[in-house]
Design a binder for this molecule. Sequence first.
Ligand code: ADP
Ligand code: MG
Length: 479
Amino acid sequence: MAYDGTMIEEYLVFPLYLFYGMAFFAMGVSITSRDTRASQLKIARCLWLFALFAYTHALLEWYSLYLILYSVSFPVDLLQSVNLVKLVLVLVSFSFLLLFAVSILGIVFPERKNTLYLTVPTLVFLFFAATLYRYHGSAGFSFSVADLSIRNFIGFPGGVIAGLGLILYSQTVRHISRRGALNFLGAGISLASYSVLAGLVPSGGALPLLGGPIELYRGFSALFILYFVMHALHIFDVERKQQIEERLIRFAQSEKLHSLGKLAFGIAHEINNPLGNVSINAELLKNDLQSTDQFPLYEKRLIAIERNLDRASKIAKELLFFSTNKETDFQSTEIDEILKSTLELLGSRRNAYDINLSLMATGPISAIPWKLEEVFLNVILNAMEAMPEGGRIGIASERRGARVLVRISDDGPGISSDVLPNVLDPFFTTKAVGKGTGLGLSICFGIMEMHGGSIELSSPDGAGTTVVLDFPIGAKNDV
Ligand code: ADP
Ligand code: MG
């Protein structure tokens, strides 16, 4: 026989190899046709390796079909080169699978990423080189031996590791879609089985125990991989939908706060004048009465009036922070310095707290320093008020690309999930009457908007609160 043949019935050869190759080609197409640029899923960044494996594998199957059908009529000297081409295709294709396997392991075990990237391929290729060397020049060397050792030492570990990697990875996407996770699991299992069939059993052989041509089983498992991979890729649609929904919710929230802020600002502005008027008159009345002997009779009432006036004007003043008129006070500001000066402002209040400061020299941003102080002060005071008996407060700054992140966390009781969506609303407070105005965080929101940044509160598992303040390095001055 001219070519390392096959024991499939002749009439089966053509459809079997055709569909086998098509399954892999379709896998490649379904991956590369998907737009995963916006995806946060780490697998999106290494799927191209799997797509390259699939395309080269499709090419390999179709090339094999071509050889089975026509190599009988090839001149002997041409056979060497066509067999070599096939060998190269096997090697390239399974190498992509191995690289994909290592990348997905790196995703599942990020802390061992570098070791994995280095050791797994090195070991595999060393084994492979050792077998080739053993046979090289000996009578035992043939294309089928080389083909089998590529399959044994690259294809088999590549497929099994990639399969296991996909199985482990499926657990990490369960929170996005359970069905997606199941499909990743299915893809992992069928890929691992395929690698046993294609990596351990030589081509042209029969399946041990069950019998029947190995190509038939490989073809079927290729179809299974295709089915599961195509369905697993739907996870990107689900993720996209979630991203859009989140953005819409955030947008609606920000719109709502924006218009509430404007309304509050308008009211505060209107109320401020009459309040000032009342204050002056109360003051005059007090002076008038002080000189009469009836004063002790009215003193208590007057003090109550003054206290409530103070409170009303304090609220009106805080509301004015919503002012979104053009700010010209933007200047180059070191966030780390502002954080330190905010802590100084707190004076002895901070003694009861274990404040863990971790500042990463974030560099200057364009901001209004005293407004940032207002933000940090509000957030830190909230943390302190959440832990009246004292506790741990973490304050960390970090530069990430073109942004600076400030993270302020506490070990307090946290914010329950039904309260969390409301905390930024003006006047929303869970504190006792007279204790909280409910304005702190909405003022922070307004100031963060003014700086083109954002504020996000989270309370994982309802224990402790983390506030993330996200500033762009170049400010949005035109708010
Ligand atoms: P106030 O502090 O006047 O109540 P804020 O706007 O500052 O108003 O906060 C609104 C609400 O958000 C608070 O009443 C509280 O329920 C919740 N909150 C804010 N920060 C924290 C925190 N660190 N821990 C627990 N709850 C918090
Ligand atoms: Mg507050």
